[in-house]
Design a protein around this ligand. Structure first.
Ligand code: ARG
Length: 454
């Protein structure tokens, strides 16, 4: 059943076979393996290893196999072959007979797997791109729905300055844009075709590798056979893109879990992304968000595992590299699922504008405004900062917000303060003061919205 029995007098023992076989997971490459094989059959025809008719027969056998595989790919996993390449070859031979044995001419599983995995990666990464775009669109819609809503902005998880809720949405849009552009770069770099590199030294048949690359939708053929069969940078890059983006999603999850808590009450998650407690009837738990936060860990794990597996591997192919697949097979679908879940959470979220406003008004979030007011009264900022600190102390002592101090109270600390301080301390004034590019004033936020939509 194996592709390499000739040199061996006994077969592998069962434990080794189980340890060695990759079919239980690389069956997921079945479509890519067949598509790559169809292109390879064409290349063999070009170098006259296969006649016109033979090539046609092989291609129709492979096409039939592709249709069958699409029906029930999972059944392949337990069929006992060593890997997906062995499976496809054996099934082709069942279909077209001896002729099928010609297909592996000039090819190695090393260039084959490198090609299959790049095809899978490109296809799956394009699905991720779409999921990122969809989440971005959802954030833009929420930003537009909540255009007037004011949210307390935090540093150190302490209320710092008020911001527009939409500004918060657009912060995540920025992250998603970067995630997308990073992934687009990774896709661009992986879009090269290793097929025709042989086991490591190149193929001994004069195959037009650029044509072969084009047929498989690659930008070009790889230029060095040793590198082509042993490079797994694309796996590392994709896992790194996934890790960075999951890190962003975990921050989003954490923000929303906090906003959804009974203590904040800023948002309410919709029923379809929350679950109940088996014991406590009142509970509505933010499971979707917690799972996004939790799954971030396993994506990071896949990234570091790949780095460690590749470290110090000598050129060219080593079996260690078979360990490249399970991490990425897990991480990319996890990433897509997390993006979809984040989208569902954003889509159904209800924002409690009164609670966010009340919280934004508390916590002396207008203290910076007061310091800026003193700057306008010709007091150097550092001095003003100190004076406002004293006023905050006084307000805290009296259980008041800053704007509730009387003019006398203000003037007892700083005589330059006048009646015109009060409008400056209003929350709307704090927001609209942030007019410079990237700030939270309404015109800036609207501008940012237009920019993302364009
Ligand atoms: N199953 C192998 C993998 O995933 C395919 C390449 C095997 N090559 C070899 N020379 N044993 O890496």
């Amino acid at each position: 059943m194996a592709l390499w029995g000739g040199r061996f007098s006994t077969g592998p023992d069962e434990a080794f076979k189980q340890f060695n076989d990759s079919l239980p997971f690389d069956y997921q490459l079945v479509e890519q393996d067949i598509i790559g094989s169809i292109a390879w059959a064409g290349a063999l025809k070009q170098v006259e290893v296969l006649s016109h008719d033979e090539c046609d027969t092989v291609i129709s056998g492979l096409s039939a196999l592709l249709e069958e595989a699409k029906q029930a790919p999972q059944q392949i996993a337990n069929s006992g072959y060593e890997d997906i390449h062995s499976y496809v070859e054996a099934k082709l031979i069942e279909k077209v007979g001896e002729l099928g044995k010609k297909l592996h001419t000039g090819r190695s599983r090393n260039d084959q797997v490198a090609t299959d995995f790049r095809l899978w990666s490109r296809q799956t990464a394009l699905q991720v791109m779409q999921a990122i775009e969809d989440l971005k669109t959802e954030f833009v819609a929420l930003a537009e729905r909540e255009l007037g809503t004011i949210l307390p902005g935090y540093t150190h998880l302490q209320r710092a300055q008020p911001v527009l809720f939409s500004h918060w949405c657009l912060a995540y849009v920025e992250m998603l844009e970067r995630d997308k552009s990073r992934l687009a770069d990774a896709i661009d770099r992986l879009n090269e075709c290793p097929l025709g590199s042989g086991a490591l030294a190149g193929t001994a048949y004069p195959i037009d590798r650029e044509k072969l690359a084009q047929e498989l939708g690659f930008r070009n053929a790889t230029r060095n056979s040793l590198d082509a069969v042993s490079d797994r940078d694309f796996v590392v890059e994709l896992l790194s893109c996934a890790s960075i983006s999951m890190m962003h999603l975990s921050r989003l999850a954490e923000d929303m879990i906090f906003y959804n808590s009974g203590e904040s009450g800023f948002i309410e998650l919709s029923d379809n992304v929350t679950s109940g407690s088996s014991l406590m009837p009142q509970k509505k738990n933010p499971d979707a968000l917690e799972l996004i936060r939790g799954k971030t860990g396993r994506v990071f794990g896949a990234f570091s595992a790949m780095m460690m597996t590749l470290k110090a591997l000598p050129l060219a192919y080593n079996k260690d590299m078979q360990e490249d697949k399970e991490g990425l097979f897990d991480a990319l679908p996890t990433w897509i699922a997390s993006l979809h879940m984040a989208q569902a959470c954003i889509k159904g979220v209800k924002v409690n504008g009164e609670a966010t406003l009340a919280a934004a008004k508390g916590g002396h979030a207008n203290a910076t405004e007061l310091a800026d007011y003193l700057v306008a009264k010709n007091i150097p900022f550092r001095e003003g900062h100190h004076i406002v600190g004293q006023m905050v102390q006084q307000a805290i002592a009296q259980g008041k917000n800053l704007e509730e101090l009387t003019l006398d109270e203000f003037q007892s600390i700083c005589p330059q303060i006048e009646e015109d301080v009060y409008p400056r301390l209003e929350i709307a004034a704090c927001i609209s003061a942030r007019q410079a590019l990237g700030g939270t004033s309404l015109p800036q936020v609207k501008k940012a919205l237009e920019f993302t939509k364009s």
